[in-house]
Design a protein around this ligand. Sequence first.
Ligand SMILES: Nc1nc2c(ncn2[C@@H]2O[C@H](COP(=O)(O)OP(=O)(O)OP(=O)(O)O)[C@@H](O)[C@H]2O)c(=O)[nH]1
Ligand SMILES: [Mg+2]
Length: 578
Amino acid sequence: MWVIATAGHVDHGKSTLVRALTGMEPDRWAEERRRGMTIDLGFAWTRLPSGATVAFVDVPGHERFVPNMLAGVGPVPAAMLVVAADEGWKPQSAEHLAALDALGVRHALLVVSRADLADPEPATRQALAQLAKTSAGDVEAVAVSAVTGAGLDELRAALDRLGAALPRPDLDAPVRLWVDRSFTIRGSGTVVTGTLGVGRLATDTDLELGGAAVHVRGLQSLGEPVSTVDAVARVAVNLRGVERSAVARGDALVSPGRFVFTDLVDVRVHGEPVAGLPATVVLHIGSAAVPARLRPLGTDTARLRLARALPLHAGDRALLRDPGLHRVPGGVTVLDVAPPELRRRGAAAARALELSTMDGRPDVAGELRRRRLVHADELARMGIPGPGAGWLLDPVYEVELRARLASEVRRYAEAHPVDPDPPVDAIRRRLGLPDRALVERLLSPPLTIHNGRIGAGQRLPERLRRAIDAVRAGLAEAPFAAPESDRLATLGLGPKELGAAAKAGLLLRIADGIVLLPGAADAAVERLAALPQPFTLSEARQALGTTRRVAVPLLEFLHRRGATRRLPDGRHTTDAGA
Ligand SMILES: Nc1nc2c(ncn2[C@@H]2O[C@H](COP(=O)(O)OP(=O)(O)OP(=O)(O)O)[C@@H](O)[C@H]2O)c(=O)[nH]1
Ligand SMILES: [Mg+2]
């Protein structure tokens, strides 16, 4: 299905044309029909000669209803600009075209209507010249009369060509369905409608509405119930558990976890210089219209603080409007949906410089340079899908972190001579990293992680590693019950193997044939320090829950390291002494 919005000055025949093409009534309200004027958006569809279906979003032309017009064209990437042959180019012809241009609409068709009332030639020339100056560029023009039916077949053929030229939507892209209508159906609950531009919808799936999960109970497209809908399509979504009052035009249903909700964005402003813009504007994107405070940063870049958060991606096109002055100051491209605070002196100028290099297209390297460290999922939520998954590090920052990590490990070893290998988490905190996996990634040989600690370990043969693991498992249960020599022999752990295990930081060798876990020395000192000082060997043995076989060499080991002292009377103490 193709979706095409109408555009053009009031009374130029947009709705009449849609009616003639589809046989459906786009003016849904009694008031519209009474006044002969479109007020709100209308929806109608038909089959074209090619067999393709085209749906129209018919917009009002009156200047009072420009916000409604913008809600209609916002989510639709193709337009049919209607100009009356007998009236020619008019203010809202210009304003609507400026809006399409601001939104970057590249696919358009000119229809010169009411060709039975005047020669369509002058209006056609005038309008084509205006269109050529915009993102639409050179477009096809068709002259029609809805009264005589002249030109309607040519128009259908031209619509087929316009549709065929539209880019194929990415069906795997995250969904962002801007709501253009919401209502309740007795027995079904809340229903919203919108134009699905990319992605696909399915019943019995979840979406997000304003950050909260909502459930898709049912779907309709062109009045028929369906179980899935692929973009591009007009679609009605029946939502479970959503009050009618909780959703309105301008809200968006989005794929869960795929959009940043933000009320602060940095943008590039197209057209007018930023300095000429008012401090208060309305940002139009999709079907939303949100007041915003504008702070100029560079000559063509600005920061917008939105009155409410929107699901936005970098690269989004939007439009700024000054509701007081009926003009379209211009389009904006969202450059950053999670911009840094500007607190320090000179931060705004630095930011302006940074923004001058950005264009809203996904630039993972640039984002990493600016953010230094970011999760791929978070980047994707900002509209910057990148290669790679998990944490992404700026290469320059990574070099810095590696160096800092090595020096932090050294500092820790100096501060903890008994147990020199720092816990991974301690280093993670020192480096201010959000995830242990990052510490792991930043380690370079000979540093490795063993038992939650960082040390200069080595890779051991699998068989040896399993034997050591068996010993470690036993020690994890009873930390001071060092395995007996026959147990070590059964496991094939001789002096050489135990030496390698100690070097790898997997075991702590306190004497020949006596091994404990690397953290055991610190743990022992902690328990011994809790004893009344000084203490006897037997008291130490009991406190540690072990035998003389282990207690004697362990105390020797601690004495050598200066963690405990032997007193002249043969007793021991953890006190540093004079
Ligand atoms: N003679 C003639 N009159 C037309 C033609 N198309 C539309 N009209 C008349 O022009 C008037 C306006 O038509 P609409 O279709 O309501 O115009 P519109 O562009 O939808 O107007 P808004 O939605 O209010 O902006 C109506 O009285 C139509 O009957 C045509 O091809 N020939
Ligand atoms: Mg109309």
